[in-house]
Design a protein around this ligand. Structure first.
Ligand SMILES: Nc1ncnc2c1ncn2[C@@H]1O[C@H](COP(=O)(O)OP(=O)(O)O)[C@@H](O)[C@H]1O
Ligand SMILES: [Mg+2]
Length: 259
């Protein structure tokens, strides 16, 4: 079904937390795939439904090995693990060196994730740099979500990365991949959302601000060490549900533009 890339221009604004929060509140079945080239966090943060550690060898690397072997119609489902709370995860790499070894498999991994039957995939792509290993995932995505904090310097980096991203998408003739931006903001500084939209519009960049991800340290800490369903009532998860809704709408504009 749909493939949604979640990433940041710089820093550590909370991409992994956002990917998990989106997965937990997604309308319909969703998988969170840990594709962060800097090394995965999900297998370290979460446990399986019986409280055991997740298997670090079953995930992105085993899926990549399967697609490399050219197994016809590789079923990405076999490489998923169900975490506590029932959220299916594709665990990432333990060492960044493994990412380099994936080489050309990325395209096939992206294809396997985009065509996963019955599930949308929220792919934590970490930070996006020019020539990022995860570029094939971004170009294959139905929508890309960039997270940012509203500080002046983060907005500057966001603007430059959006410029670079739209250029790479255009070079690949893929300027139809819609890009959304979510702003990490405290409940009281939601005013920063229109400011971010203004910065993007003034730069003439093809990205839409989808809203705010609530900064809520307690809920973020709870999500870091467990997928507690009671956290569903948190402002953070409520904001994730709204961003998720906006992402699906954004992805629908891609279909329109492609046809
Ligand atoms: N919405 C949020 N509100 C408060 N703290 C957050 C939020 N999202 C993330 N954090 C905190 O920020 C730190 C980095 O989060 P993480 O999701 O791992 O970021 P990234 O994947 O961008 O490196 C963690 O300590 C996390 O608990
Ligand atoms: Mg992360």
């Amino acid at each position: 079904m749909g493939l949604y890339a979640v990433c940041a221009a710089k820093g550590s604004p909370g991409v992994s937390t956002a990917a998990v929060a989106l997965g937990m509140t997604w309308a319909g079945p969703a998988v969170v795939a840990d594709l962060d080239p800097a090394g995965g966090d999900l297998s370290l943060r979460y446990r399986d439904v019986e409280g055991r550690p997740l298997d670090p060898d079953r995930g992105l690397m085993s899926l990549a090995a399967a697609v490399r072997r050219g197994v016809e119609g590789t079923d990405a489902q076999e490489h998923l693990q169900i975490a506590e709370g029932g959220l299916p995860l594709l665990v990432g790499v333990t060492r960044p060196e493994q990412i380099t070894a994936l080489g050309t498999s990325w395209q096939h991994v992206a294809h396997a994730l985009a065509t996963l039957p019955g599930h949308d995939v929220l792919a934590d792509c970490g930070r996006i740099l020019p020539g990022s290993a995860t570029m094939p995932v971004l170009t294959r995505a139905d929508a890309i979500l960039m997270l940012t904090r509203p500080s002046l310097e983060e907005l500057y980096h966001l603007r430059e990365r959006l410029r670079g991203l739209s250029e790479s998408l255009r070079l690949r003739n893929l300027d139809a991949v819609p890009v959304g931006v979510a702003v990490l903001a405290g409940d009281r500084d939601r005013d920063s959302v229109p400011d971010v939209q203004q910065v993007i519009a003034a730069a003439g960049l093809p990205a839409t601000v989808l809203g705010a991800f609530t900064i809520e340290p307690k809920s973020a800490a709870a999500l870091r060490y467990g997928l507690d369903v009671s956290a569903h009532r948190s402002l953070l998860l409520r904001s994730a549900a709204a961003i998720g809704e906006a992402m699906r709408k954004l992805a629908a504009t891609r279909v329109t533009r492609l046809h």
